[in-house]
Design a protein around this ligand. Sequence first.
Ligand code: AMP
Ligand code: ZN
Length: 474
Amino acid sequence: MKTATNLNLFNTLTRRKEGFIPIEEGKVKLYTCGPTVYNYAHIGNFRAFLFEDLLKRWLKHYGLEVTHVMNITDVDDKTIKGSQKQGIPLQQYTAHYVEAFFEDIKVLNIELADFYPRATEHIPEMTALIKKLMGKGYAYRGEDGSIYFAINKFPDYGKLSHINIRELKSGARVRQDEYAKEEAQDFALWKAWSAEDRDAFWETEIGKGRPGWHVECSAMSMRYLGETFDIHCGGVDNIFPHHENEIAQSESATGKPFANYWLHNEHLLVEGKRMAKRFGNYYTLRDLLGKGYAPEAIRFLLLSTHYRQQFNFTFEGLEAAKSAVERLRNLVWRLREANGVGSDSNVVDLVSQVEVDFESAMNDDLNIGVALAALFDFVRDINALLDANKIKRQEAETVEKVITSIDDVLGVIGPTTTEETLPKEAEELIREREEARKTKNWKKADEIRLQLKAIGIVVEDTNAGVRWRLEKKT
Ligand code: AMP
Ligand code: ZN
């Protein structure tokens, strides 16, 4: 009998928190739905990718070995439409956004997955899966030449999204990738080529056409993780139809459970409405960097609300995130200079407290709010001891180690080196920027910030004045 870890995760399949039991002891197989590369990812998308990064970092911190697969959706209704609008081949169109995605995740300090399979490079796996489904009687060819999944053949259809099977219009068909629960119907596994698809087609054993979006994730996850794997993630908008359909296709083909735990993040909102490209209410990472916000602050903001809670993006929130990151970074700087008289056992007690509290909060379905509260209580108490000159060298080192270990999970502190000297030209630029700020010439100040960045110097405006540091070299 395998025993549950004391890590509890909320499973959308069962709608409750469950003790996590990996299939193979000590290992986790994780699949997360990746970006559809038809545009720059917005920060709502990054909320999903950052939640997954936090989950993965926590699993690793817990001592589990994680194999992480994130697909790249580089052919679907949206990418085809986008490439046609620009009048360029699909591959050329998506290549730009794939590159941008990798740049963005690096900036946000998101750990790389082990595999990034692209849909267009896995067509044989998809056609094999579809053939298997046809062979078993779960799929059929419609009059339009496309191949559909017959939802009434799979009695478990609806088990993830909890839609009522009796309300399903089986026999009716839907060809587009995205549709609402109320429109649940037989969905397209393979879309026969039509003139509007232009260059987006493959000549295959099952005909000339292209895969439906859902079959892409089934084929690619099973190719890299096996027929049953541990955790599957995505945003709540993926629950239906995308993940429901993934389950139907995969479990019908293999007769085995597909993924054991389904974790879904809630949406990032803007004024109460989901941030989405189609609503035009979105910010990309690049928009926020262009306004001078540091990636660490953006990362902190998007991570700091529990993943199953919605929250509104605001600039006040981003400012607060920026101060929180500064508080952590300042503490590190202060610790490096600490040389006090010693705290008796105060530091030891505080350290064990924060370790226990942070860990138990994270084990409770990544309860980041409680985990961060424990961390910032610790920061406050250590700062008070530093104010009283009570932290001796060795204690400062212990505290810094704890902060570093917690930041291995959060990834928000960023570079903290202090010993560099400022090049002459940079000194002059920083002085000019100060002048510009004094006269509220923000445009000039931002331009100078970019000039400094180009020579590897990051300036930050903190409550205690302007700080600078050399950009971390990776
Ligand atoms: P897409 O590129 O549209 O396939 O989406 C990538 C990921 O972002 C998916 O897991 C979506 O569920 C998620 N997502 C989309 N919009 C939001 C949002 N406003 N807040 C949080 N996650 C989102
Ligand atoms: Zn997917």
